[in-house]
Design a protein around this ligand. Structure first.
Ligand SMILES: Cc1cc2nc3c(=O)[nH]c(=O)nc-3n(C[C@H](O)[C@H](O)[C@H](O)COP(=O)(O)OP(=O)(O)OC[C@H]3O[C@@H](n4cnc5c(N)ncnc54)[C@H](O)[C@@H]3O)c2cc1C
Length: 522
């Protein structure tokens, strides 16, 4: 029996309702589930696609207080997020690290203006500071940012912030939830709500792999469906359209030659008044993001022509030339679930989170940022415990080390491998048993065949896309290389999951179709 079959058969045998049932396996849902399980509540999470399939794998990869929220004078959000940033680094040092950023100053006025702002940012982080901010001379700024336009450059401001791998962090949360005795299953959708006496009592679930329906009963049900929270609220009778404003953000991934070195570039005000980053990530350079209101959701949003034009023009302005099509290694977009406030522009909407309790007792949590996922989980489970009258227990997640945490980082052959933390020796041992698994999946990618086996056995990967998009980050780093690596991944996965040839072909085709959307097109 596979792990998935075991979980499904356990679900079928449950007679006692779960204490907490979370719908949605992104940052918000996984954070709430870990919070509940850490308090000792019997916890189940269902995700209709893969964990972090939607927004939570498409962030700009920053663990940050949000410099731009300082300009909006939202000090509470910045303070809370800076505190969370510090704890994310302590609790998951294999996934989060300090990164130096430089703001290039092209006017003498911007040096003291941004210099003071970033000093305040550093001070607000207090004991959890990632490092001192400094004013840089023109020469030092250029040394830190080789490749950036030198004409008119007066100097720069150096500051520190956090960087992470969002989808891998989601997998670490999944494994932590399991370590705590919680249960999570992907490819199971909540298609209906079960109410008893007007109160929420569970969900109707659909197993998307086997096309089977079943009921799951729970004392507290949490709606953590990201940009889809209003669909779940509609199942509870609330009309759609009043809660969320959805905004799309897109990124280009470029070769590191655009910005060699280990420092990120932060542009505090682009031509449309946004903050834009160019950040080294797993050997490539991520440039983003945009902020465009959209009225439709999609699990695979595509960059709009105006976003591509804006990114190309901004890159040209700061790096001297726009990237050629073949230099854009991957293009990806995500949708922000922002809580609506009148007709305010999406870029001005708060990144604070919101928790709603419906008359039925359904708890909805939305908004927020990846960086504040733990705090969102804590607040949500406080409300859930009240609403469902669960025994009151304090939060323990602030200092909870995530799965993979290691006091001394283990021997990694590459920077990429450090993300496995304390699991790395066991992962490496797979190739001792089968040396062919040591081979790389593709000459341009840092991922090895053994990671496919690991993902299938221990990380609930079910498809080629799960492996290439979220267990490894191939699709986000180099879409062409990911497409070329896909047949090898399909072969290993089919063997691990006991799948037949037609499954392999269909899954490969489905991946190729999705992956085409990450290739740059004019
Ligand atoms: C472009 C962009 C850049 C960002 N950059 C940063 C950043 O650098 N740092 C930062 O801190 N934050 C950042 N954010 C914000 C952060 O990514 C989001 O706040 C966070 O990922 C939202 O997570 P979520 O779990 O609420 O949503 P999601 O990740 O979308 O998860 C919701 C999940 O619910 C599932 N689901 C929906 N309906 C059902 C159902 N009926 N049954 C079962 N499952 C269901 C979906 O499949 C999905 O996986 C960024 C956001 C965007 C869009």
């Amino acid at each position: 029996m596979t792990t998935r079959q075991k979980i499904l058969s356990e679900l079928g045998r449950q007679t006692e309702p779960w204490d907490v049932l979370v719908i949605g396996g992104g940052a918000t849902g996984l954070g709430a589930a870990v919070e509940a399980a850490a308090r000792g509540y019997r916890t189940l999470l269902v995700e209709r696609a893969d964990f972090a399939k939607e927004t939570s794998s498409r962030s700009t990869k920053l663990v940050h207080g949000g410099v731009r929220y300082l300009e909006q004078m939202n000090f509470t959000l910045v303070l809370d997020a800076l505190r969370e940033r510090g704890h994310m680094l302590r609790n998951a040092p294999h996934l989060v690290h300090d990164l130096s950023f430089v703001v290039p100053a092209y006017s003498y006025f911007s040096l003291p203006y941004y210099g003071m702002g970033l000093k305040l940012y550093e001070r607000l982080s207090g004991k959890l500071s990632f490092g001192r901010s400094e004013l840089l001379s023109r020469k030092d700024a250029l040394e830190r940012l080789p490749g950036v336009k030198s004409e008119g450059l007066r100097g720069g401001i150096l500051y520190h912030d956090g960087q992470f791998d969002d989808a891998r962090y989601a997998i670490a949360l999944l494994r932590t939830l399991q370590d705590l005795g919680g249960t999570a299953i992907n490819y199971v959708e909540a298609t209906g709500l079960i109410e008893r006496g007007g109160k929420i009592a569970g969900i109707r679930a659909h197993d998307c792999e086997e096309d089977a329906e079943f009921d799951v009963m729970a004392r507290a049900v949490i709606n953590a469906c990201g940009v889809h929270v209003e669909d779940t609220l509609a199942l509870d009778g609330r009309p759609r359209g009043s809660l969320l404003a959805i905004s799309q953000g897109s990124h280009f991934v470029l070769p590191r030659s655009f910005l060699p070195g280990n420092t990120a570039l932060m542009i505090p005000k682009t031509s449309d008044g946004r903050v834009l980053f160019a950040i080294p990530w797993h050997g490539a350079l991520v440039v983003g993001t945009t902020d465009v209101p959209v009225d439709k959701t999609s699990p695979e949003p595509r960059a709009l022509p105006e976003e591509k034009q804006f990114l190309g023009e901004t890159i040209a302005r700061y790096f001297g030339h726009a990237p050629r099509g073949d230099e854009i290694l991957s293009v990806w977009s995500g949708l922000r679930p922002l809580v609506r406030k009148g007709n305010a522009k999406t870029s001005k909407l708060s990144r604070d989170h919101t928790i709603l309790v419906a008359p039925s007792g359904l708890i909805t949590v939305t908004g927020g940022k990846w960086t504040t996922y733990r705090r969102m989980g804590q607040d949500t489970i406080d409300r859930a415990a009240q609403v469902a009258e669960l025994p009151k227990r304090p939060s323990t997640t602030l200092d909870l080390k995530l799965h993979g945490w290691a006091a001394n980082p283990t021997d990694a052959n590459s920077a990429w491998e450090t993300i496995y933390g304390s699991d790395l020796p066991a992962l490496q041992a797979l190739s001792d048993q089968e040396p062919a698994l040591d081979a790389f999946l593709h000459p341009r990618l840092p991922f090895r065949r053994r990671e496919v086996v690991w993902a299938a056995r221990y990380e609930m990967a079910r498809t080629v896309e799960d492996v290439l998009a979220r267990r490894t980050r191939a699709l986000f780093l180099d879409a062409r290389a990911a497409i070329e690596a896909a047949p090898a991944v399909a072969g290993i996965l089919a063997r691990e999951l006991h799948r037949c040839d037609s499954w392999k072909e269909n899954d490969l085709l489905s991946f190729q179709e999705t992956a085409k959307g990450y290739l740059y097109e004019e």
